[in-house]
Design a binder for this molecule. Structure first.
Ligand SMILES: C[S@@+](CC[C@H](N)C(=O)[O-])C[C@H]1O[C@@H](n2cnc3c(N)ncnc32)[C@H](O)[C@@H]1O
Length: 283
């Protein structure tokens, strides 16, 4: 990505920050299985110092802060000021004192070599500017034998939480073909892609775990529609290109496509993610 595109992407995340803050409780609840997967794969335990890369509205930092406890610590990082500020405010409301904050990109981590026991990133690696360089950075700042672990989405077809909206909108718009390596939620959906990057960066014991779970919350279709059309820059940008007359038709088509995921006042979408992890070599 050229610097102009990088700035545009960060501006979009800055706009997203207020919605990720607004929906933080739902986001934490819906994607909690991803945090559990990262904690398990990276063997996060009491007393550890953990780096969170691209922490967004606070996960997994806020959960891990409670797992590592007062003898451990979490370093939350994100390049977007709005994300950092909202998480800092939430940590303050919860009285968490073992979380520290740095505004930075995954590509330039402002930490000395071998600073952390573990580095994790939940749903952020797909947006890194240079994933290979960022993975090398993550390995640089963990201790020898330390784990790095990233949670990324599996294929779009296995994730109707996303596709139920985008498949409908895309029928109404000209969508130019996208570079498969451009930052996007499904950039690492093909098994082996991110694992290959870890291997190239000399991580050892690289594993890729497929995680199937339900994205669940006690919300209506109307609340889901609001959540999805606010949180995602991709959806916001596409919605802005639709005519006012197209909107009700599209919303109805999405409601029809998503009906089976809403029953008795609860939303439940099947979802597929990959937890990709590896360890820094001992020598
Ligand atoms: C989909 S959100 C995930 C946030 C959070 N980890 C979660 O799971 O709820 C992606 C995050 O990656 C961050 N991000 C974007 N570009 C990044 C980069 N180059 N380095 C690190 N983080 C980045 C965004 O600011 C955003 O907070």
């Amino acid at each position: 990505m050229v610097p102009e595109e990088q700035n545009k992407a960060l501006d979009a995340w800055q706009t997203s920050a207020r919605y990720w803050d607004k929906h933080r409780v739902l986001i934490a609840q819906m994607f909690a299985p991803l945090t559990s997967g990262l904690v398990e794969e990276a063997r996060i335990a009491i007393g550890q110092d953990v780096l969170d890369i691209g922490g967004g509205s606070g996960e997994p930092s806020l959960t891990i802060s409670c797992i590592v406890g007062p003898t451990g610590s979490v370093m939350y990082t994100d390049p977007v000021a709005g994300m950092l500020e909202s998480t800092q405010a939430e940590a303050g409301r919860r009285g968490l004192t073992n979380i520290h904050f740095r505004q930075c990109s995954a590509n330039g981590l402002p930490f000395a070599d071998c600073t952390f026991d573990v580095a994790v990133g939940r749903l952020s690696a797909m947006f890194f500017v240079h994933p290979a360089a960022a993975v090398r950075e993550a390995l640089r700042v963990v201790l020898k034998n330390g784990y790095v672990a990233f949670a990324v989405w599996g294929p779009k077809e296995a994730n109707p939480f996303f596709s139920s909206i985008s498949d409908v909108i895309d029928k109404f718009l000209e969508v130019p073909p996208q570079d498969s390596d451009a930052p996007d939620a499904f950039r690492f959906a093909v098994p082996g892609t991110l694992a290959g990057i870890l291997e190239q960066a000399d991580a050892k014991n690289v594993t890729e775990r497929q995680l199937n779970f339900q994205i669940e919350a006690a919300i209506s279709f109307e609340q889901f529609w609001q959540l999805r059309t606010q949180m995602s820059e991709t959806v916001r940008e596409k919605m802005a290109r639709l005519t006012p007359a197209q909107l009700p038709t599209i919303k109805q088509a999405v409601a029809d496509a998503a009906r089976r995921y809403f029953a008795s006042g609860t939303m439940s979408f099947p979802a597929e993610a990959l937890i990709v992890s590896g360890r820094k070599p001992a020598i």
